[in-house]
Design a protein around this ligand. Structure first.
Ligand code: ZN
Length: 425
């Protein structure tokens, strides 16, 4: 398994210049190579292999007056960018042939000086960690690094990245054994209900507040963007305003990423099994609330949980999106009608239990997650007959009030959307 570790780095002015030159060379090699392949294809000539491309676009190019400055930078990132180009083509071919799943990949495109992100990758021979807290890069020198944690092993490569706000980062790749990362088994199991009143409510009663500071930063971002739109195109002030907007963007996304990482890590660390709804948007993508917690950050949160679970030996169970998590009584399984949003608490007319609206959903998601897991286990064991019993029995012990969860009755995971109550809206 390959892991990435990112750290902010602080190149001095001359190193910044050297990096800018390197990014420029990397871009030129990529663009030259891409242009050659495009031209060859147009002319009906055979495919130019990676080795030939390297000879033409790096080795031979260095001897020409137009490209002799390629010799001023380390050759390693130049070779690496040709590998990236090959990979980009491979992804495109695999995507077309259907071997690659997911979003359709397009053909590689030319890189521009104006791209938001500039990058260059160094492999083992071209970088060193000398042990004095710096990162040594060939032909650039020792760069100051802000280490936020220790590297668990010697990295196999480092990518130096400059973002739109002009900040630089070192992204180390470390190969680890999958098994070495598994944490000791945890006792706890948890259900998570994502929402807007709280970012998440956990079935143990923990309520994770919605980070409102994200909203505040977004407000400032909008103001900066308005200022940018008023500046004359091509002016110095416009460039300044552009950088201010990019900085603010970076702050918002950093803050969001930190929050998602911290939250997902603590949940995965403390729980063996995590049940969460199998949806990101819950109908919130439209309407007034769409902006509040956007699709991307809930999607990213679930992706982080899944990734960390795989890494630390935990299980994440996705509960169907039409599961009526906010309407069932977690004690007796009584199905409530639509509960208006302003009703924060209710009493179950069947068993009399008093419920906190937010907590109910998390408890039901956990119970449903456990039921699904038991179902899957029973199915894989070949004994499909009493899977409901197993499920009910398991859920029994997990609920705080000890009641049985809908004994002997399957909970429909795909109810029609019309009856669905978007309880978080
Ligand atoms: Zn009840």
């Amino acid at each position: 398994m390959r892991l990435r570790y990112n750290f902010r780095i602080y190149p001095d002015p001359s190193q910044r210049q050297a990096l800018a030159r390197l990014f420029g060379c990397v871009r030129v090699v990529w663009n030259d190579a891409l242009a050659m392949r495009k031209a060859a294809r147009k002319a009906g000539l055979p495919w130019i292999g990676g080795g030939d491309l390297q000879k033409i676009c790096i080795t031979a190019a260095k001897r020409t007056p137009e490209r002799e400055w390629l010799g001023e930078v380390s050759p390693v990132p130049l070779q690496q960018v040709l590998r990236d180009l090959d990979q980009a083509y491979q992804n495109f071919f695999d995507s077309v042939s259907g071997r690659r799943k997911g979003r359709r990949m397009g053909l590689p495109v030319f890189k521009s000086r104006r791209d938001r992100r500039q990058a260059a990758r160094f492999t083992r021979t071209a970088f060193r960690l000398p042990g004095d807290g710096t990162l040594y890069l060939a032909k650039i020198g020792k760069i100051e690094v802000r280490w936020s944690r220790e590297l668990p092993a010697v990295p196999s490569s480092v990518t130096v990245v400059q973002d739109a706000a002009g900040r630089c980062f070192a992204s180390f790749v470390i190969e680890v054994e999958d098994a070495g990362q598994v944490l000791p088994e945890a006792e706890a199991e948890i259900g998570i209900d994502l929402g807007l009143t709280h970012y998440a409510v956990l079935s143990d009663g923990t309520k994770i507040a919605n980070p409102r500071w994200l909203r505040r930063r977004a407000k400032r971002l909008a103001r900066l963007q308005r200022a940018l739109s008023r500046k004359r195109k091509g002016s110095k002030n416009r460039e300044k305003a552009r950088i201010a907007v990019a900085r603010q963007h970076a702050k918002v996304s950093d803050a969001r990423r930190d929050f998602l990482h911290q939250t997902s890590t603590s949940i995965i660390r403390e729980n063996q099994t995590v049940a969460i709804e199998d949806l990101a948007v819950r109908g919130l993508a439209r309407g007034r609330l769409a902006k509040s917690v956007n699709d991307a950050s809930w999607g990213a949160f679930r992706a982080l949980l899944g990734g960390k679970a795989a890494r630390y030996g935990r299980t994440v169970i996705a509960v169907g999106r039409w599961f009526p998590s906010s309407r069932l009584c977690p004690c007796c399984g009584w199905r409530n009608g639509t509960v208006p949003l302003r009703v924060r608490e209710w009493d179950c007319p069947s068993c009399g239990e008093h419920h906190d609206r937010d907590l109910v959903a998390a408890l039901n998601i956990l119970a449903e997650g456990i039921r699904l897991r038991a179902q899957a286990e029973a199915a894989s064991a070949g004994g499909g007959q009493d899977e409901e019993m197993v499920a009910a029995g398991l859920a029994d012990t997990r609920n705080d009030c000890g009641g049985r969860v809908r004994p002997g009755e399957a909970i429909p995971t795909l109810a029609p959307p019309a009856t669905y109550d978007a309880h978080a809206a």
